[in-house]
Design a protein around this ligand. Structure first.
Ligand code: SF4
Length: 261
């Protein structure tokens, strides 16, 4: 990850993790930043949870590290928010982009909008544009901070406030808002007048890439606007829950071959 200092890695075993369940989001963040900074970073999607976490963390460590994954398909509103946050908190934000050669190989084979054709191709696109860049971003870190909340549902229902992340080498994964509701997030944003993604004012409740996100209809689930054309209830991009790799392993092998130096 660009700009990371050469400080020593801090590792922690699962049994050494204190219990955080009764602790507030600020307390969880304070522990994580005191323990791991500068080898921990906020992974910001620039949804509502991200701006709350950035606001809380900046009060603890004004130099908190932040990265975001720019898939190349983000809405302009998200880019605008990234710059608003940069200026408001005077923070450097690392923008991690996908590997150009791998995107080029994927698009050459399957076209620009492969994600609407089949869920397998959607997962391939999420893998190349999100999962692989995340792995790169986390490679030199001992911990990452996310905006996961239990009431997002699905596999997030049981998310712990702090846990080790077996999908990324056992580093610490910190979810300070795990027990927050959507109302709490929005109360915090309004009370503290912090900037948020303008798409929320157009009926969006979960915001990802521009072509794969829409506003929801009354009564729909918070994440119903993500990949809404898919029948499956699997509303994940692989960042927090592994996608069924066997469905696109052959595609990855082909991309590996096509991008060999
Ligand atoms: Fe590709 Fe859509 Fe996934 Fe973004 S959300 S990486 S455009 S499939």
């Amino acid at each position: 990850m660009p700009g990371l200092g050469a400080s020593e890695a801090v590792t922690i075993a699962a049994e050494e993790l204190p219990s955080f369940e009764e602790q507030s989001a600020s307390d969880v963040l304070a522990w994580a930043l005191n323990e791991f900074h500068p080898r921990i970073a906020i992974s910001a999607s620039f949804q509502a949870e991200s701006v709350v976490i950035i606001d809380l963390a900046a009060q603890i460590r004004p130099d908190v590290r932040i990265f975001t994954l720019d898939t190349g398909r983000l809405p302009q509103e998200t880019h605008e928010l990234i710059d608003q946050v940069r200026h408001r908190y005077d923070l450097k934000i690392d923008v991690i982009v996908p590997d150009n050669a791998r995107v080029q190989a994927m698009v050459r084979q399957h076209g620009m909008n492969l994600f609407t054709r089949h869920q397998t191709q959607r997962m391939l696109c999420c893998h190349i544009r999100k999962v692989e860049p995340l792995r790169r971003a986390l490679a030199d870190l001992d911990g990452w901070i996310t905006g996961l909340r239990r009431d997002h549902g699905g596999a997030r229902t049981d998310v712990a406030k702090v846990a080790l992340d077996p999908d990324h080498g056992g580093i610490v994964k910190v979810n300070p808002l795990a027990d927050w509701t959507s109302d709490q997030v929005w109360d915090y944003i309004r009370t503290n007048k912090i900037p948020y993604n303008a798409l929320y004012d157009q009926g969006y409740t979960s915001i990802g890439c521009e072509p794969c996100t829409r506003a929801i209809k009354p009564g729909e689930d918070e994440r119903a606007g993500r990949w809404w054309w898919e029948d499956s209830g699997f509303k994940e991009c692989g960042l927090h829950e592994q996608m069924p790799h066997e469905r696109f392993d052959q595609e990855l092998e082909w991309i590996d071959e096509a991008t060999k130096p």
